[in-house]
Ligand binder design. Structure first.
Ligand SMILES: [Zn+2]
Length: 107
């Protein structure tokens, strides 16, 4: 895995996994890689508009996904499929983030 992530804010490569923040960046809900510092600057600045306040690769988001899964099982039994699909978005984002950006840092 030689692909290096480039920060969407400054364009420089992100060398260390600890420096990687994956965040929802645009209205299209696409997760994008950022440096820790660039993310902090973006949150303070105007770029935050719809940029996720919670990074996709954070512990909080993982907890959210687990809660989502539990709710989804309940929705399945209640036949509330539209809500089920909405809940699925966060889990798809989590998988996307891992597949596109986090996977390559594994040694
Ligand atoms: Zn950066």
């Amino acid at each position: 895995m030689s692909k290096v992530n480039h920060c969407v804010m400054c364009g420089r490569p992100i060398e260390d996994k600890n420096d990687l923040i994956v965040s929802i960046y645009s209205l299209l809900f696409t997760p994008k890689p950022l440096h820790n510092d660039c993310y902090a600057a973006a949150v303070r600045g105007k770029e935050v508009f719809l940029m996720g306040r919670m990074p996709v690769n954070s512990l909080g988001f993982n907890v959210l996904c687990i809660v989502d899964l539990i709710i989804m099982i309940w929705l399945l039994f209640e036949s509330l499929y539209i809500l089920l699909i909405i809940m699925l978005i966060s889990i798809i984002l989590r998988i996307f983030s891992w597949f596109l950006y986090e996977r390559q840092y594994r040694v």
